[in-house]
Structures are given as structure tokens and as C-alpha cells.
Design a protein around this ligand. Structure first.
Ligand SMILES: NC(=O)c1ccc[n+]([C@@H]2O[C@H](COP(=O)([O-])OP(=O)(O)OC[C@H]3O[C@@H](n4cnc5c(N)ncnc54)[C@H](O)[C@@H]3O)[C@@H](O)[C@H]2O)c1
Length: 274
């Protein structure tokens, strides 16, 4: 897999050098939205620290980036652990000499009604989708403050704005990510740090991971995909991960220099539908 013609992300165009000289961390980088975004940021010139808890999806994202002519390293890390978040930052600084962009993207959920949740399942979702963002931001901010500049994007969801049946912890955490993003943008704006989030709608990725976390990713069934696609009455399809990646690129690039605290909905019209 060495050219864009046989590529798993045919929607990624050639880079325009928007992120030349920048260093980015992407979490959840070896699958789905994180994988497409890591590749796009690298095509735009960024050196990317690709962080993921699993390397079972092959080829690993850093090798895809290198095949594209970009620079990346893979760091096996668990975003729910503060030590691993600290190591993401120190790896960027040691290996690439700087850090400009943090994309807090790893996430997942457990589908069941709230009375069926165990404490472990509930805490798993809270830790992965919300506390991990606290940990990642806490690790990165001191460097951004010293530098007087920094850019953070968090992955929320349309389920941070709307509710989805049998998804209580996921909906609660994604709504929290939207407002935590706004809150942090207020605290750090005058320090040169912009903080935004993306709210993807249903996106064709191998997610659907539950608790306990599995070392391999499940693919959605054709029936699940068809249901999710047809529930979007505007475009009647799911997003490709590249379509979310381009939203992230906008937010981390200088073209969005007056955008902060924003929740960028990329949902093919899902949330306009009453
Ligand atoms: N796919 C969708 O329809 C959709 C819609 C809205 C929001 N999102 C959000 O987008 C983000 C990415 O989802 P995706 O669909 O690309 O999923 P995915 O499962 O394809 O990719 C997620 C990646 O995160 C990694 N990961 C999981 N736990 C981790 C941990 N503790 N530490 C480090 N890495 C970890 C996984 O190994 C995987 O590679 C998530 O936050 C998800 O909630 C997805």
C-alpha cells in the first residue's frame, strides 16, 4: 500500500504545507478518525507522534505516513494513564524538538441502558472519553504556556449534542467534552492557546469497542452500517474518516486563527433534522 490509488483513505488530497515545521500528537491514531487525521496532518508537513493502545491494525499508521513521505513515530500508550500522557509530550519534545498540536481523539463507549451498567463499565467510558482529555491537556499545557502558543482539538460527537438510545455514559462524556472545550478555551485564550472540538456524526470506522477493551477492533456489520447511513436523512450516508480529518485540519491550522471554544459539527446534516 504505497500510493493514494490503492489507499484506504482515497479522500486525502496532497498536502499544501499548512503545518510545515509543526509537531502534532494524535491519540487513537492507529484506527478510524485518528488514523486518517494523523496521515492528513503529516501530509500537511507536521511531524506526528501517533499514540494508540493497540498496534493490531496493520499497516501501522506511522509506516503509512512514512510511505507517504512524512515523518511519524508510533508510541504505544494508554490515554487513561497520566504517565502515558506525560510520555506523549516528552516523546514529542525529545524526538521532534517541539509540540504545537494535541489531538485528543481516542474514545469509545458501551451500549446499554444506565441501570445495566457496572461501575467498571461506567468508569471505563468516563476515563476514556473525559478524564483522558483532562490528563492529556494537563500534560501539554505547561509546554504551550512556555511557548506562548498551542493548539488543542478534542473529539466529541453529535451525541454530545443529541441523545442516543442506550448510550448514557457516551452521551454524557461527549456533552462534557463540548463544554470542557469551551471552558478551557476561556482560560488559555490570552496565552495563545486555541482549544476546539469536532462533533462527528456516524463515521465509517472500525469502532464499536466495548468493555473490557479488546485488542482487536470490530467492524460494523453491513446491517448496522445501512441503518446508520439511512438514519441520516440529508446525505443518507456515513462520513468517511477523511471528512472528519479535514475539519480537524482546519481547526489546527492558522486559517482558523480566530476560532476557539468551538464545537465543529461534521455530520452530513444529522443534527439539522427534527
Ligand atoms: N465513528 C463514529 O461514528 C464516531 C462518531 C462520533 C465521534 N466519534 C469519536 O471519534 C473518536 C475516534 O473514534 P473512531 O470511530 O475512529 O474509533 P476507532 O475504534 O476506529 O479508533 C479509536 C482508536 O483509539 C484507540 N484507543 C482506545 N482506547 C485507547 C486508550 N485508552 N489509549 C489510547 N488509544 C486508545 C483504539 O485502539 C483505536 O485505535 C472517538 O472519540 C469516538 O468517540 C466516532
Amino acid at each position: 500500500m504505497s500510493s493514494t490509488s490503492a489507499d484506504e483513505h482515497p479522500g486525502l488530497g496532497k498536502g499544501l504545507g499548512r503545518l510545515q515545521g509543526r509537531v502534532a500528537i494524535v491519540t487513537g491514531a492507529n484506527s478510524g478518525i485518528g488514523r486518517a487525521t494523523a496521515r492528513l496532518l503529516a501530509r500537511e508537513g507536521a511531524k506526528v507522534v501517533c499514540c494508540d493502545i493497540q498496534e493490531t491494525v496493520t499497516p501501522r499508521v506511522d509506516s503509512l505516513i512514512e510511505q507517504d513521505g512524512g515523518q511519524a513515530i508510533f508510541l504505544r500508550s494508554d490515554v487513561t494513564l497520566q504517565n502515558d500522557c506525560d510520555r506523549m509530550i516528552s516523546t514529542a519534545l525529545e524526538r521532534f524538538g517541539d509540540l504545537d498540536i494535541l489531538f485528543n481523539n481516542a474514545g469509545g463507549g458501551v451500549r446499554k441502558k444506565i441501570h445495566e451498567f457496572t461501575d467498571e463499565e461506567w468508569n471505563f467510558v468516563i476515563n476514556l472519553n473525559l478524564t483522558a482529555i483532562f490528563r492529556g491537556v494537563r500534560a501539554a499545557i505547561p509546554h504551550f504556556l512556555r511557548k506562548g502558543r498551542g493548539n488543542i482539538v478534542n473529539t466529541a460527537s453529535t451525541f454530545g449534542i443529541l441523545a442516543s438510545a442506550q448510550y448514557p455514559a457516551y452521551c454524557a462524556t461527549k456533552a462534557a467534552v463540548v463544554n470542557l472545550t469551551r471552558q478551557m478555551a476561556l482560560d488559555y485564550g490570552t496565552s495563545g492557546i486555541r482549544i476546539n472540538c469536532v462533533c462527528p456524526g456516524a463515521t465509517e470506522t472500525p469502532r464499536f469497542r466495548g468493555y473490557p477493551p479488546r485488542p482487536t477492533l470490530d467492524r460494523a456489520t453491513d446491517e448496522q452500517r445501512a441503518r446508520m447511513a439511512s438514519s441520516n436523512r440529508a446525505l443518507q450516508r456515513m462520513a468517511r474518516p477523511e471528512e472528519i480529518a479535514y475539519g480537524v485540519l482546519f481547526l489546527v491550522s492558522d486559517e482558523s486563527s480566530f476560532v476557539t471554544g468551538h464545537a465543529l459539527v461534521i455530520d452530513g446534516g444529522q443534527t439539522i433534522d427534527a
